[in-house]
Design a protein around this ligand. Structure first.
Ligand code: LLP
Length: 425
């Protein structure tokens, strides 16, 4: 019988014998047929990540709005729309994607500090569920846009609870020095202002404190701060219909041990119940934890370049495909899809882009030869959605695996595609 070795936190990505598989398919076959760099996602992994949240909310009124910035490819949105999810969007472009994927606009919430009038209009016209408003100035503009259209905009105020999520500074969002949300001490005034405006209807409150959070304490602290505000706002005669606790739950990249979604929510719901808010309409906006560990990026080894201080393993994926290491010094595991036996050498795994910041992994023990295919793990979130065309590199193709079926969900971009909208003078 073939030995199965699963990877930590990624039960749908496993070695069967000496071949790395996503669900029932060999990654070496997918790389051969579709070329590299290639993103490969497991549908079962996404649905099982979603199921952990659904179990956590069993018996509650809760709406899961997938934060699609994590991975906004249409077929990924389709998986979540079909499973009953709404979407957390941050631009008119994301709204257009939700509609193209068959998502329900009534289950869309619109976050972000810089919504334009045009985006507000677009969202009001299709009847989104709620605007998560991030400043008092935005309240005035949204009300005016709604009045012009003869509509009333449902709003929730994103409050900044000033809680440290203990994550990378670029992805912590709920601290005083961050640009996000309305300061806790200004929130009651902002609610009064919102309630007085003709184009708005206050429906909720929300917060989002950061991303890749691996501990439940910041969530529990933020929940206390938000519930204190709900009490104050309701005492001022403004009912809060729903409470949105944002996203942010981390995943295992490198031995990280975030709580499971259902375990986290068991703790949070116990606090909600204790404070008498357990029967409220709840919302959450998870992104990374639904897709991060459902995807890998396959890349071919182009050259091995030994050096005095470093050995380089030069691969065909780069910072334009996998921007997280360059942007946040993020760690992604890198494994061969068909391991060789032996010890190998320590390499920096780097891409072809002309920047020293173009690295994918540093000091990795690998036994590889040119032509081998490597899998960069935990690449389902914030990789393809952040990919660029830097160095006029077409973006990678994407495959969604469902059992033993591989669906090509995005074709590889050609050089022509990257300049199709340009013209000579
Ligand atoms: N809701 C709001 C308002 C957000 O700003 C975010 C993420 C989410 C939900 C989803 O958070 P998640 O569950 O995915 O942690 N590019 C960075 C992550 C940026 C997160 C931005 N906001 C990275 O690659 O680590």
């Amino acid at each position: 019988m073939t030995a199965i070795t699963t990877l930590p936190g990624q039960p749908h990505i496993a070695y069967a014998g000496d071949q790395l598989h996503v669900e029932g398919l060999r990654l070496s076959d997918l790389a051969r047929v579709h070329g590299t760099p290639l993103f490969v996602y497991s549908k079962a992994a996404m649905l099982s990540a979603l199921a952990a949240y659904q179990r956590g909310f069993a018996g509650r009124q809760a709406q899961i709005c997938y934060a699609m910035k994590a991975n906004s490819s249409l077929a990924i949105l389709q998986v979540f729309a079909d499973a009953g999810c709404g979407f957390d969007i941050v631009s008119g472009g994301e709204l257009a994607r939700v509609l193209a994927a068959g998502g329900d606009p009534a289950k869309v919430i619109f976050s972000g500090v810089g919504k334009t009038r045009h985006e507000m209009k677009q969202a009001l016209q299709v009847g989104i569920g709620c605007f998560n408003v991030e400043s008092e100035a935005e309240l005035d503009v949204l009300s005016a846009v709604a009045v012009d259209l003869g509509k009333v905009a449902p709003v929730s105020l994103r409050v900044n609870p000033n809680v440290d999520p203990k994550t990378h500074p670029y992805i912590s969002t709920g601290l005083k020095g961050n640009k996000f949300g309305i300061a806790h001490e200004d929130a009651l005034r902002a609610y009064r202002h919102a309630a007085s405006l003709p184009g708005l209807k206050v429906v909720g409150i929300d917060c989002h404190i950061g991303s890749q959070i691996t501990d439940s304490t910041p969530y529990l602290d933020a929940m206390d701060r938000v519930l204190d505000l709900v009490a104050d706002v309701e005492s001022a005669g403004i009912p809060i219909h729903h409470i949105d606790f944002g996203g942010g739950l981390g995943i295992n990249y490198n031995g990280d041990t975030p709580p499971e979604a259902d375990a986290l929510w068991a703790q949070l719901l116990a606090k909600l119940d204790a404070r008498g808010y357990g029967q409220r309409q709840l919302m959450i906006e998870p992104g990374r934890s639904l897709v991060g560990n459902a995807g890998v990026c396959l890349t071919e080894v182009l050259y091995l370049k030994p050096g005095e201080q470093k050995n380089f393993c030069i691969v065909d994926a780069a910072m334009n495909d996998l921007p997280r290491p360059a942007m946040y010094q993020a760690f992604h595991q890198i494994v061969p899809v068909t391991p060789r036996s032996g010890d190998g050498k320590v390499y920096d795994v780097v891409g072809p882009v002309c920047e020293s910041g173009d690295w994918i992994g540093r000091d990795r023990q690998l036994l590889v030869q040119a032509g081998d295919v490597l899998a960069v793990l935990s690449a389902g979130a914030y990789c393809m959605s952040m990919a660029s065309n830097y160095n006029t590199r077409g973006r990678a193709a994407e495959i969604l695996v469902d059992g033993t079926k591989a669906h090509l969900i995005r074709q590889r971009e050609s050089a022509f595609d990257t300049f199709a909208l340009e013209q000579l003078v």
